[in-house]
Design a protein around this ligand. Structure first.
Ligand code: NAG
Ligand code: NAG
Ligand code: NAG
Ligand code: NAG
Ligand code: NAG
Length: 502
């Protein structure tokens, strides 16, 4: 009698357990859900030429979604980048005040404490660190103290490495394209199984190229493996310091001054004909680590030099080419300056300054630019235009466009001879500033990664089969329930039979 009861106990326990399991799975979860709230996050992109603030938002109940985080607002801080305040106490912190005050107004008060706040600095601060590490740390600390004085949840103020900057830009591009995961119309996450898009970023002090590759990456510094939604992406990434457009222009100027000799007048083949301007050798050319290598003769940093434009396409192109080194390569293949690069493949998105150069070039040359030869033709047309033609056509001030021949030649050489986009692969580059209202840059990818908004593991819901795992678990519990019932029934029948025998 005792033995028979004790044999039924596990079965009874299983019965209770599976019933509870089924109830838990079947009862609607909605009853315990709070109404969806909006979450916010702030990223300050402290670039070399200026700082931008981006506020993102997403519904609180769809934490791990792709295509769910959107840009709420943006603010461009007045003045230069934080690195330009070297030696100016309080300057960097003060420059961020207006944007942070705007964030206080843009985000509902009740959400302030839960809003993460990040600041990422890029190549401008990397360069300053080469020149003066203590001053760099002081600026970061000063900026951090400023951010902490606001009611948000301060996370960190850091200098991103070139690899991080490249990889976060790539995450942004592919997140906005919904290449990782897509929120399907049935309210389920789907893996679209699409190829990812490469990222081309051109800043003021550095430029980044990042794309997924299956080729061997011969320099370990260029390899990044990212696990997103349960899939591993093998990325090739490189950040070229001193190849941002501002630093490149400085190097070009330094090269012209050094080859023509330090004298009061210097001719510039990339400036429009008859255009002239005066520069100070110290302030405008040689006070950057990027131009240090171009100085041979001693010079007076206070010396003023008059620069005259000659508007000479061929001379400009060949001078720009000379700024790259295409000969030495310690690997099986290189882009330039001895940097390993596998061949580009798939589609690319070119953003930040690439977008603006491409846009201005198309407007000025009056043509669409989708192929390498179209770009060459457009650059050729633009380089012979006068400064008044240029400003009239773009309706932008002289200071933004005096360099258009130089920067478009630079873009042409970088893309075709550096990265080796050819007639076949060039058309797969799309030049864009924004996708779905969100600015393309590293900031969004940085916040998504640091706040776990793009999980490494595939989320349970992400499946092409609606409710797949949920249905499996339910089936398991039902099976257990049936097994327990069958066992109890059999042992009951056996008990009756035993009794009848007695
Ligand atoms: C770094 O910058 C600070 C502030 O401008 C200056 O006082 C200091 O001498 C600099 N240090 C070096 C090594 O240049
Ligand atoms: C330099 O440019 C100014 C206009 O910006 C013009 O008035 C002046 O004549 C130019 N000088 C020379 C020598 O071409
Ligand atoms: C300057 O030249 C040295 C030695 O040739 C090199 O190691 C360094 O990376 C160069 N610096 C820049 C900013 O190009
Ligand atoms: C690309 O096209 C241009 C002009 O059509 C041609 O000169 C060039 O050789 C082509 N390049 C390649 C790699 O096919
Ligand atoms: C989101 O992802 C994190 C980390 O991968 C996980 O712990 C969390 O449960 C997920 N949240 C949702 C709502 O899926």
């Amino acid at each position: 009698m005792d033995l028979r009861y004790s044999r039924s106990i596990p079965a009874a326990a299983l019965l209770v357990l599976s019933s509870v399991g089924i109830l838990l799975l079947v009862l609607p979860a909605r009853e315990v859900e709070t109404p969806p709230e909006t979450m916010y996050g702030i990223v300050l992109d402290a670039g070399s030429s200026h700082t931008s603030m981006y506020i993102y938002k997403w519904p609180a109940d769809k934490l791990n979604g792709t295509g769910i985080v959107t840009q709420h607002s943006q603010c461009d801080a007045k003045g230069g980048g934080i690195s330009s305040y070297a030696g100016v106490r309080g300057g960097a912190a003060e420059s961020l005040k207006a944007c942070l005050d705007q964030a206080v107004k843009d985000i509902p008060k009740s959400r302030h404490r839960q809003t993460p706040l990040y600041l990422g600095a890029t190549a401008g601060m990397r360069l300053l660190k080469i020149n003066n590490a203590t001053e760099t740390d002081r600026i970061l600390k000063e900026v951090e103290n400023k951010l902490r004085s606001y009611p948000f949840e301060f996370k960190e103020a850091v200098i991103l490495s070139g690899q991080q900057e490249g990889a976060y830009g790539w995450v942004t591009v592919n997140y906005l394209h919904e290449n990782f995961a897509k929120y399907g119309f049935v309210g389920r996450w789907l893996n679209p199984g699409r190829e990812t898009t490469g990222a081309l970023d051109l800043g003021g002090a550095s430029t980044q190229i990042t794309f997924e590759t299956s080729e061997q990456v011969e320099d370990g510094d260029n390899l990044m493996e990212l696990k997103l939604y349960g899939q591993t992406h093998r990325l090739y990434t490189h950040s070229y310091l001193c190849y941002g457009q501002d630093q490149f222009l400085r190097k070009l100027m330094a090269h012209l001054i050094m080859t023509q000799g330090v004298k009061p007048e210097v001719s510039h083949p990339c400036y429009p004909q008859r255009f002239n301007m005066s520069i100070k050798l110290g302030r405008d050319v040689f006070n950057s680590p990027c131009t240090k290598n171009h100085t041979s003769a001693p010079f007076d940093p206070q010396m003023t030099v008059q620069v005259f434009g000659t508007g000479d396409y061929h001379n400009c192109l060949s001078t720009v080419k000379r700024m790259f080194s295409f000969d030495k390569c310690p690997y099986s293949r290189c882009s330039f300056d001895g940097v390993f690069q596998p061949s580009v493949r798939g589609s690319f998105m070119a953003f930040s300054a690439f977008f603006f150069i491409h846009r201005d070039l198309s407007i000025l040359a009056d043509m669409a630019i989708t192929t390498a030869s179209q770009m060459e033709e457009a650059v050729r047309r633009v380089c012979i235009m006068t400064i008044s033609e240029i400003t009239a056509k773009t309706k932008q001030p002289e200071k933004f466009l005096k360099n258009i021949c130089a920067t478009s030649n630079y873009m042409q050489v970088l893309l075709t001879q550096g990265y080796r986009f050819d007639n076949v692969s060039f058309p797969s580059i799309s030049f864009q500033e924004k996708v779905e209202g969100a600015s393309v840059g590293w900031a969004l990818g940085f916040m998504l990664s640091l706040s776990n908004l793009v999980p490494a593991e595939s989320c349970g819901q992400m499946t092409a089969l609606p409710s797949g795992p949920w249905a499996c678990v339910l089936l398991l519990f039902i099976t257990l329930l049936l097994v327990a019932l069958a066992y109890l029934l059999i042992s009951h029948i056996k008990t009756r039979a035993d009794k009848d025998m007695v």
